[in-house]
Ligand binder design. Structure first.
Ligand code: ADP
Ligand code: MG
Length: 730
């Protein structure tokens, strides 16, 4: 009999919190200790170099290699104070997580024997990681085998252990993006350009617009010993089997409850290390599901926020292990229990400090606010299918559409007050518009635009894209996703909407209309255009699904088919016209998406097959033999009639076990056959669709029978840690 499960449960139960020593300094003092930020630049770089680097960071100008040499020198000096011996370019390839290639600080000393500690500007600015092991969707084979990583000065370098980490983009020799960061930076530049031009209608002093991102990271912690006894968690990140625990989240006693000791120490550890790396962690709390938690920093510039999220996820994984946990970032690790998302709070702000998604004090401010809110909706509306594609994955598909997560249809919620204002503008007549004319611009009374006081409590939890007072909250992003992808699409879509908006307003102005009237006229058109995306009701209801289809919103639910949206003519046109990605890159990236999807389902199916045949069926059969033993003993002990009566229940159970095991074996075999058929398909897209349609469904149907067996088979025999153990031991 297997003792593994009981051994690990016992081990997990006995664990005590590992106390974390808190630095004697205040958080504000150790914040960004390991980051080469502006303060360190001032201290370690000559003044003119420092100024040139600031320019590169703030204005996006190009970095001179001679400047880079000086910068590298200063960085090396700073880093060596921490005993740093290696550097690595740190980038975000199209696999999960981040990649690193460590090089020692050593070079052959010129003209002498031996080695010296060296770190040149070239090593800072550019590296050539062996790109062949990263997915490129065929780009490299068609063009050039090499991949380059190039420093992103907008994201400061930092130190982890003995290594200086340099955030970089990762591109092919011919310039195609092989990562998440390169397109994001281009999308942010497009948004800056389009938004700055529109801002100048309202305030000519604006010269730059940045996107802000504040993500909220949800995650589960599971005891590491229990985790190790679950091949599904170990290999796929989620439980493929497991019956509901008698108690799960129905008491809602976990959310904002007291944080358990072991977890509290983990969080403390994580936050200290995150703060030292410059991640401005702000809130932490329990989430709805047992053993589910959330961490959110203060929002930052979007590109930096994405890097910080990637860094935080890797810290979480590492620090969890130190505390005897495993951190689950999968979007749906447990069936029937809330999944994990990464709400992306997004807004736009000017270089003089105006949050463009925040209503202002004056009517002009509010017209500007409405412009940015409406054009955001236009972008989201025109590309709602694409936005869904940007957050879709083999893992996030399990979370979407369930009653605890964003629905699989993108819509936007605005709240009562803004909805009313939009309605007013929409229904205003030309006469009303014309009546505005003639008044001087600054004192202009705009009848359509009342004072806006946004009530923060006006919230709709069922909306995937909700206005929350001074920002939009995109809630569909998956917990383990790189949110750069969603941010790339969102910022590009809004850049496109703003570009079109400006072109039309300028046309009216050229025709002699005054600026404000022209703006309101175009806004009115756009409010009508984007109306189908605006939905204030319950996003979980069936009526909404029907209504959304009537409105022409994207209602597709198949993950690999949703990826098609990247290759729609409107999408290609959007990315190309905004100079973010070319068709070739989009195609290549989709090949990777489909391939990744297939591999994920393939691995799940294999793991499931192994578990069914090695861990479920043998145990069920053993228990069945025990019952049969008992039945035959009763038959020889009692009279025929009495034995029949006494054995009736057990015979029923023996039959049930046989039926379940038969179903499982037959369907595991059928699933293997389905995989073989799918594997013969050449096209990545068709293969992924085949996996989705013919392999994935088996995981659900077989699971039902496994979970039934879990309820029948004697607890002591069951080898896999159960839901109650995974979810309540901490
Ligand atoms: P919630 O009620 O959604 O938990 P919080 O106040 O905790 O709201 O904020 C969630 C996230 O939103 C935080 O990361 C916060 O920094 C971010 N946030 C707040 N204001 C903005 C803004 N204007 N733009 C972008 N993110 C913002
Ligand atoms: Mg939130």
């Amino acid at each position: 009999m297997s003792r593994l499960r009981f051994n690990v449960v016992e081990a997990a139960f006995k664990k005590k919190a590992i106390e974390v020593s808190v630095p004697s300094m205040r958080p504000s003092e150790y914040f960004a200790k390991y980051v080469f930020n502006k303060e360190k630049m001032r201290k370690y770089l000559p003044e003119d170099i420092c100024r040139q680097l600031y320019n590169v960071i703030e204005q996006g100008s190009r970095l001179d290699l001679s400047v880079a040499d000086e910068v590298a020198k200063g960085m090396k000096k700073w880093a060596q104070e921490f005993g740093v011996t290696h550097i690595t370019h740190w980038f975000q390839p199209l696999t999960e997580g981040t990649a690193e290639k460590h090089d020692a600080f050593i070079e052959y000393a010129k003209g002498q024997e031996g080695l010296i500690e060296e770190f040149s500007g070239k090593a800072l600015v550019q590296q050539e990681p062996d790109a062949s092991s990263f997915p490129s969707g065929g780009i490299r084979s068609t063009f050039e085998a090499r991949g380059y990583s190039a420093w992103d000065p907008a994201s400061p370098v930092f130190v982890i252990g003995d290594t200086l980490m340099i955030p970089t983009v990762f591109i092919s020799y011919t310039g195609e993006a092989l990562d998440y960061k390169a397109p994001l930076k281009k999308a942010l530049a497009a948004m800056d350009k389009a938004a700055t031009a529109v801002c100048q209608y309202f305030d000519p002093s604006v010269s730059k617009v940045t996107a802000n991102l504040g993500w909220e990271q949800e995650y589960f912690l599971v005891d590491e010993d229990l985790y190790a006894a679950r091949p599904d968690l170990l290999l796929t990140g989620r439980t493929l089997v497991g019956h509901d625990s008698a108690k799960n989240q129905q008491m809602e006693d976990h959310y904002f409850g007291a944080i358990p000791d072991r977890v509290a120490e983990f969080m403390k550890d994580l936050e200290i290390q995150a703060l030292e790396l410059g991640i401005p962690c702000k809130t932490r709390h329990n989430e709805v599901a047992p053993n589910q938690f959330e961490l959110a920093p203060i929002y930052e510039e979007c590109n930096l926020a994405v890097d910080h999220n990637m860094l935080l996820m890797s810290l979480m994984r590492k620090i969890a292990r130190k505390h005897g946990f495993r951190c689950l970032l999968h979007e749906k690790p447990f069936a029937g229990i809330n999944g994990s998302g990464k709400h992306a709070n997004w807004s736009m702000a000017t270089d003089n400090g105006t949050v463009l998604h925040s209503p202002g004090k004056t009517k002009e401010d509010n017209l500007r606010f409405l412009t940015f809110a409406v054009e955001t909706l236009v972008g989201v509306y025109r590309h709602n299918g694409l936005l869904k594609a940007s957050i879709m994955s083999a893992t996030n598909q399990h979370r979407l559409g369930a009653n605890e997560a964003p629905p699989a249809i993108i819509s936007a919620f605005l709240g009562k007050q803004i909805s009313e204002v939009l309605e007013k503008i929409e229904n205003s007549t030309n006469e009303e518009l014309i009546s505005i004319k003639g008044t001087s611009e600054l004192t202009l009374d705009i009848p359509q635009i009342p004072d806006l006081k946004i009530d923060n409590t006006d919230r709709n939890r069922t909306s995937p894209f909700a206005f929350t007072g001074n920002r939009f909250e995109f809630r569909a992003v998956g917990a383990q996703a790189n949110c750069a992808e969603a941010m790339t699409v969102l910022n590009t879509a809004v850049a496109e909407a703003l570009t079109n908006f400006k072109a039309r307003v300028d046309q009216h102005i050229a025709n002699g209309e005054d600026k404000i009237t022209a703006i309101i006229r175009v806004l009115r058109e756009d409010i009508k255009t984007c109306k189908p995306i605006h939905f204030e009701g319950n996003g979980y209801s069936d009526e909404w699904k029907a209504e959304a289809a009537r409105r022409g919103l994207d209602c597709e639910t198949s993950c690999p088919v949703i990826f098609d949206r990247y290759l729609d003519p409107e999408s290609i046109n959007m990315f190309e016209s905004q100079n973010v990605m070319r068709e070739l890159e989009l195609k290549a990236r989709n090949e990777i998406k489909w391939d990744t999807y297939t591999k994920k389902i393939q691995i799940e199916a294999r793991v499931f097959g192994d578990m069914a045949m090695n861990q479920i069926i043998p145990v069920a059969t053993r228990y069945q033999s025990m019952l049969i033993d008992n039945i035959s003993k009763i038959a020889t002990t009692f009279t025929k009639d009495e034995a029949e009566r006494l054995n009736a229940d057990n015979i029923k159970i023996v039959r049930e076990i046989s039926e379940h095991t038969r179903f499982i074996i037959e369907n595991v075999n059928a699933m293997i056959e389905a995989r073989k058929v799918a594997n013969r398909i050449e096209s990545e897209r068709e293969k992924a669709i085949q996996y989705h349609d013919t392999v994935q469904p088996y995981l659900e149907t077989i699971r039902y029978h496994v979970d039934k067996l879990e309820l029948i088979v004697e607890d002591e025999l069951w080898v896999l840690p159960k839901y109650r153990e995974l979810l309540f031991i901490r």
